[in-house]
Design a protein around this ligand. Structure first.
Ligand code: ATR
Length: 272
């Protein structure tokens, strides 16, 4: 193999990225291989050294290392610096460059369903790492973002980060429901729903114009998305974000255009 890529994380067994990227290499006849490596926290630094020593061209980083890996890198792209998190590393002239494609991947996954972003209202549920990346990407596109979180102080802290980057944001807690009638885009970023559990509040009264996204893709229809459908909203699960963060990582590594359809098919095949 001419080029080697990987994804590192803990846990990692369920990552769909190897199949997605390998299907892409096959579709374009690229001599490369993408592997998955389970890395326990005490081995992160050695793993990075090892990947470099073995001549890997780049790798993806998933939970729980998106922030921890930063101190092991030489340079960050503006996207990674702004997000304070890295999901893609490229070895370029021997330098370890950290990049982040999560936010732009999210934007790509919803832009076909939204008629522009500027001045529109987004509500994000959750204030963790995933919410931060998405919130920064949306405010950069000119959206006004409202963040609701179980612990309101974490939502408030994220609002401060967004404002420091020049974005417009406010925060609240789940108990407030008055935003439902005005929202253009509602994004569920917490882990609630992964095990089939319902979201702690109903979407009754939400604008039918709203696009509702759950970044969970397995199960493909969380109780939250089913509720949104019942209210007449368009819905998307997290498969598009997973696809486009991978597409953008591919293009960061290899240049040119990634074979989106082949990569999408590979993801869908794994979820059948
Ligand atoms: P990630 O990086 O995937 O976003 P995280 O940083 O651990 O993960 O953030 C998890 C988010 O899910 C947080 O917003 C968390 O709310 P708290 O800040 O109040 O902890 C939210 N979350 C997790 N479990 C939840 C639950 N049972 N109900 C409501 N929110 C929950």
């Amino acid at each position: 193999m001419e080029k080697h890529y990987a994804v590192i994380g803990d846990p990692i067994a369920h990552s769909l990225s190897p199949e997605m990227h390998n299907a892409g290499y096959k579709a374009l006849g690229i001599d490369a291989e993408y592997q998955r490596f389970h890395v326990v926290p005490s081995n992160l630094a050695e793993t990075v050294e090892g990947l470099c020593a073995l001549g890997f061209s780049g790798w993806n980083v998933t939970l729980p290392y998106k922030e921890k890996i930063i101190s092991l890198l030489d340079n960050l792209t503006p996207e990674a610096r702004r997000a304070g998190a890295v999901n893609t590393v490229k070895i370029h002239d021997g330098q370890r460059i950290g990049h982040n494609t999560d936010g732009a991947g999210f934007i790509r996954s919803v832009e076909g369903e939204l008629n522009g972003f500027k001045g529109k209202k987004a509500v994000l549920l959750g204030a963790g790492g995933a919410s931060k990346g998405i919130a920064l990407a949306l405010t950069e596109q000119g959206m006004i973002v409202h963040i609701l979180n179980r612990s309101p102080e974490k939502a408030q802290a994220l609002v401060q980060v967004i404002r420091a980057e020049g974005g417009t944001a406010t925060s609240g807690d789940f108990a407030q429901g008055d935003w439902l009638e005005q929202v253009d885009l509602l994004v569920q970023t917490t882990s609630v729903g992964l095990l089939g559990e319902p979201f702690p509040f109903s979407l009754q009264g939400i604008s039918e114009q709203a696009l509702v996204v759950d970044i969970i893709f397995n199960p493909s229809q969380t109780a939250f998305l089913q509720d949104a459908k019942k209210q007449g909203c368009r819905t998307l699960n997290g498969l598009g974000m997973l696809l486009y963060q991978g597409v953008l990582a591919w293009e960061f590594w290899l240049g040119g255009q990634a074979p989106v359809e082949a990569m999408q098919l590979a993801l869908k095949d794994q979820l059948l």
